[in-house]
Structure formats: structure tokens, C-alpha cells
Design a protein around this ligand. Sequence first.
Ligand SMILES: Cc1cc2nc3c(=O)[nH]c(=O)nc-3n(C[C@H](O)[C@H](O)[C@H](O)COP(=O)(O)OP(=O)(O)OC[C@H]3O[C@@H](n4cnc5c(N)ncnc54)[C@H](O)[C@@H]3O)c2cc1C
Length: 410
Amino acid sequence: MNHLVVLGAGTGGTVVVNRLLRHIDTMSWNVTIIDESDKHFYQPGFLFIPFGMYEPKDIVKSKRQFLPREVRFIQHGIEEIKPTVNQVLLKDGSVLHYDVLVIATGVKIAPEMVPGLVDSGWYEEAFDFYTFEGALQLSQALRNWKGGQLVVHIAEMPIKCPIAPLEFSFLADWYFTKRGKRDDVEIILVTPLPGVFTKARANAALQKLLDEKRIRVVTDFYTERVDGTERKLYDYSGNSVSYDILVTVPPNTGDTLIARSGLGDEMNYVPTDKHTLQSKNYENIFVIGDATDLPISKAGSVAHFQAELLAENIARYINKKPLEPSYDGHANCFIESGHGKAVLIDFNYEIEPSEGHFPLPYIGPLSLLRETRLNHYAKLASRHLYWNVILRGLPIPFVTARMNPRGRKI
Ligand SMILES: Cc1cc2nc3c(=O)[nH]c(=O)nc-3n(C[C@H](O)[C@H](O)[C@H](O)COP(=O)(O)OP(=O)(O)OC[C@H]3O[C@@H](n4cnc5c(N)ncnc54)[C@H](O)[C@@H]3O)c2cc1C
């Protein structure tokens, strides 16, 4: 029997095992997936928890229910990968052999990497919304808040879902407007980037929305430290931004398991071929989702599109056929802009977000790079699509793993 082992049963790991079973013979291949937790979080829902739009029960389910019966699930922490001897070491000391390995261990936030951030006021005046716990604590804090300076902060790039801090700012505008408190709250978005998005057209469209909603943006802010007693952020040039509530996105790093295994860069991201998703260093290791070092957004949509193409490439590898350079960097994100509207962007390595329609060229029904009510309803529907279709590896009508550029104003 041959062994295919998948590390991480989040978005990428779950979709890839579901897709793999259509491509490989389970009589000769044993498929195992390992994760330290049985809780599968719908992470885009972390954004809605602080504003009371979702409750915890909406965004957490058991991982097991999304894994096919033929796949063995091991719930355990992973200590190390030994790529020269094709072994995975678990935290309890047990050892698994693999013939093919898929790394899908995602990224985690590392607030301790920002000097001062967790020293004083952490989860009192300073919060994250990239964890379940952080989102819950923040919902409590916003509910009882009388107003002041709300600073939404990106410590450094890259982060997963890079538009989530913008969405948080937009939703804060809507939330405090609805409560009649908007004039008591100043919303400031602080970013190390020169703009709010890395691509010109999307940057212009999003900056216009931020201006309309009176959200101030501080760019090129390279955070040196946080002083929780003074409630101030400092950058390396000595500039500071004061806050009453800080909503920060701390640095996002790959799991320390990657460093222990000697497989990552300085942020514990695994060097990965951008088109085949094969590890750059070991031919029987493949990497998917946030764990890669690829020059594309770390997003669930990316992990999903990659999983579809990766399952086919693993089947080619097993059957000793050449790999296809099939992944084109396709990413797709809804940007919730508040007041019942959202913007949709769709792009890849070569083509930046631009106007057009999705998923059907010229028809839609969704509009690209435009704020519409239908986009907002589609964003809300995505949660059901995620649990019932995407995670199970089922096709979404008209949505392709490779980007369809037809009809775009490129
Ligand atoms: C606030 C927020 C909003 C977001 N919004 C969107 C959105 O609107 N659209 C979008 O496309 N994406 C969004 N994302 C991003 C999306 O959730 C992630 O990009 C996606 O989940 C990545 O999938 P993954 O499989 O790479 O990692 P994950 O889904 O994070 O899975 C990694 C798994 O590996 C396991 N693991 C890690 N290390 C170990 C270890 N040592 N031992 C055992 N198990 C381990 C973890 O337990 C986890 O289950 C958002 C994320 C956040 C935080």
C-alpha cells in the first residue's frame, strides 16, 4: 500500500482530499489527513462576529463531517516533517511514513512579534479579529464602547485575506451609523502599504469608498512597537497614531512546524512552484493555501482553486506523468462595504482586478469592482456554499479554478 498524507484539515486540506478521491485508486493508496483540532472555522465569519451579524454557531463545525469515509483522520499536533526519509513526526512521538505529502497547515497570527502589543491592554483595548477568541472579545468591547478613536491596523504584509481590515473599517462605519454613534467615532486604517490595495484599479475604487465613508487612511506605516499604556502605535520614523480601541492584524506566519522541519523561509512559508504547487525542494511534497510563499493573496478562494488543480497534478505524479503548470494565481474575494453592499474582485498572477461580470462573462449576475447589493447577498450566501459545496469538493456552476478573463475591461 502507498501512503498519501495531508497535513492540515482546514480549507485547502479538506477540499484536496475530497477531490483526490476522484483521481486516485484507494485500493492501492491510503489517504490520511492530520490536524490538531476537530473544529473547522469558517474564517470569513470572524469579520461578522464583532458586529453581531453572525453567532459562533454559524461559523464552527466538526472537521470530521467534511472528510470522506475512505480518508483516515488523525487528530493530533504535528511536530516535524523529515523530508529526507519521508516521515511525519506527531507530537505524541508517533511516526508516519508517506510516499506523497501535502502541506496545508495555513498561517497563524503572531502578536508577540510586535514589541509591546501583548504587554499591556491586550484583549482590553487592543484586539485581533483573525481568531475566534479575538472576534468574540471584540464584539463585547464594541457593544459597550462609548466612542473615540478606532484604529484598524495591519502590522506587516503579507496577511491572509488582505482586504479583511478594509472590510472591518467599512462595517465599523455601518455599525456605528446604525447605532447613531458615527459622529462619536473616528475610524482610521493604518497600513504599511503605499495604498489600501496593491493593484492600481482596485486601490482607486476602494480609496473612493473609504473617502465617502469618512475613514482616514495612514499609509507607509512600518510598525516598530505598540505602547499599550499610552495607547499608541509607533513606526520606525518616530510617527505615532493614538487609539482608544486598536483592532490589529498581527504578522501572519506559517506554523513553527515548518521551521522545525527546515522547510520554510523566514516567515515559515514553504517555497512552492507557482504553477504546479510542487515544493521547490522535494518532488514528492506539494503545498497548498496560506502555507505557500506564492505571490498571490492568502485566501480561501485561492486554497479552493488550488485544491482542484492540485488533486489532478498529484494524480499525474502518482501515475508518473509530467505535472501541468495549471494554477494561474486565480483569486476571488467579496469585499463587504457596509450598509448592505459589497464589491467583488477576481484576478490572477497576470490580470489585476478590473470591471466586468462574474461568473458569466457579460452577464453576471455579479458585478466586478462595483459596489452592489447583489454582491452583498452573494457574500452572505458564500457561507452556505462553503459548508455544503466547496469543502465537499463539489463544483460551483460556472466558477472555474482558472480565471476566465472574458469580458473584463483589462
Ligand atoms: C478574518 C478573516 C476573513 C477572511 N475572509 C476571507 C474571504 O472573505 N474570502 C477568502 O477567500 N478568504 C478569507 N479568509 C482567508 C481564509 O480563511 C484562509 O485563506 C483559508 O482558510 C486558508 O486555507 P488553508 O487550508 O491554507 O489554511 P487553514 O484553513 O487555516 O487550515 C490550516 C489547518 O492546519 C492545521 N494546523 C496547522 N499547524 C498544525 C500543526 N502543527 N499540527 C496540526 N495541525 C496543524 C490548523 O489546525 C488548520 O486546521 C479570511 C480569513 C480571516 C482570518
